[in-house]
Design a protein around this ligand. Structure first.
Ligand SMILES: NC(=O)c1ccc[n+]([C@@H]2O[C@H](COP(=O)([O-])OP(=O)(O)OC[C@H]3O[C@@H](n4cnc5c(N)ncnc54)[C@H](O)[C@@H]3O)[C@@H](O)[C@H]2O)c1
Ligand SMILES: [Zn+2]
Ligand SMILES: [Zn+2]
Length: 361
């Protein structure tokens, strides 16, 4: 028997989201139903609503969530009813080309639930990032459930499910930030500040935060930025060079996903430095760079899906560091809100008032 619950749906491009009745099937083989306790509002949810990801409306939004397992289907062994889990969008398959090469963080065939959640009239929903968690109960593949220490509050732990993991991983996994290196992070929202906190955790000695909003720059300092640049007022590339003896940074992270910002990141890095693109561009964006500069500067231009994380390795580790007081997971939670406030959370995100609004159930 399907569960009947309330959830947040984006019905068409650019239209405000609405609360709808959602039908969640009982878990089939390999699936789990999770009682969502908290789900953060990520910029990617807004990208979905604006048609910036694809046109598979209607979307069931929300994908940065933690909760408890309510039911499991046949053959599920990694989690059991009552387990506290963070949902992930990288349930590795173990069999694709990437997995077989021993690089499961790039898995090309990640698992999602086989069954569909629907609207009351039977219309199939596209769950954001294969999760869909602005809903009281959600259906996922059991591999999308990662058990973590239940002492962590769901509001904070859930953020590992997307933005915080993406940011930390962009610095540590993709960028490979090492002790003593210099890092610049462009865009100090939830993802960018997580990259700053990740760079600090990795031992970076210079961390330059770049944003166009002074409030964001103040918060960036709290997460570990040693220098801040308002790129609306100051040339970011010049300021970053000034902070690094004239050379540029070892790792430049674009956490906005805009050609202008990527170009700044490209020129703000030292010779043989790494550029990491973790912000998500829209399909219409293009970039033009002198090829001789791409060649001549050496180093690497990398993109970072989900911070190249492995949920089973990285989520419990970051929760443990948080519980030991070594990673400020809770500081990303700006406010807790009800399911009916997702649309206003998008507005607050846009106007820069919050790092993360988190829906609690
Ligand atoms: N790669 C991934 O796996 C992954 C995961 C989650 C989110 N994302 C993406 O990361 C990006 C950031 O997400 P978020 O939730 O932190 O968003 P956010 O809206 O909270 O933060 C974006 C920040 O960028 C700043 N900004 C905007 N334009 C700028 C510019 N030209 N120069 C400098 N700063 C600028 C804003 O002031 C804001 O502080 C989004 O594109 C999101 O879709 C990627
Ligand atoms: Zn795989
Ligand atoms: Zn996200």
């Amino acid at each position: 028997m399907a569960y009947e619950v309330k959830g947040v749906v984006a019905r068409s491009k650019g239209a405000p989201v609405s609360i709808e009745t959602i039908l969640v099937p009982d878990p089939g083989p390999g699936e789990a139903v999770v009682d969502v306790q908290a789900c953060g509002v990520c910029h990617t949810d807004l990208h979905y609503r604006e048609g910036g990801i694809n046109d598979d409306f209607p979307f069931l939004l929300g994908h940065e969530a933690a909760g408890t397992v309510a039911a499991v289907g046949e053959g599920v062994t990694n989690v059991a009813v009552g387990d506290f889990v963070v949902l992930n969008w990288r349930a590795v398959c173990g069999q694709c080309r990437a997995c077989l090469k021993g690089e499961p963080q790039y898995c090309f065939a990640t698992h999602n639930a086989a069954q569909k959640m629907t609207l009351a009239d039977g219309t199939e929903l596209s769950p954001a990032l294969g999760i869909g968690a602005f809903v009281e109960k959600t259906l996922v593949h059991s591999g999308q459930c990662t058990k973590v220490d239940p002492q962590a509050p769901a509001t904070a732990a859930g953020l590992l499910g997307c933005g915080v993991m993406a940011g930390v991983g962009a610095a540590i996994n993709t960028g490979g930030v090492r002790r003593g290196e210099s890092v610049a992070v462009f865009g100090c929202g939830g993802v960018g500040d997580a990259a700053i906190a990740g760079a600090k955790l990795a031992g970076a000695s210079t961390i330059v935060a770049v944003d166009i909003d002074d409030r964001k720059l103040e918060w960036a300092r709290q997460f570990g930025a040693t220098h801040t640049v308002n790129s609306k007022e100051t040339d970011a590339v010049e300021a970053i060079k000034a902070a690094t003896g004239g050379f540029g940074v070892d790792v430049a992270i674009d956490a906005v996903g805009h050609p202008k910002v990527f170009e700044q990141a490209f020129y703000a890095r030292d010779l043989a430095g790494r550029v990491v693109l973790v912000g998500v561009p829209t399909p219409d964006m293009t970039i033009e760079l002198p090829l001789i500069e791409v060649f001549g500067r050496g180093g690497a231009l990398k993109s970072s899906w989900y911070g190249d994380c492995l949920p089973s390795r990285d989520f419990p580790m970051l929760v443990d560091l948080y519980l030991q007081g070594r990673f400020p997971l809770e500081d990303f939670v700006s406010e807790t809100i009800g399911l009916d406030s997702v649309e206003s959370a998008f507005e607050k995100m846009h106007s820069g008032e919050v790092l993360r609004s988190v829906v609690v159930f």
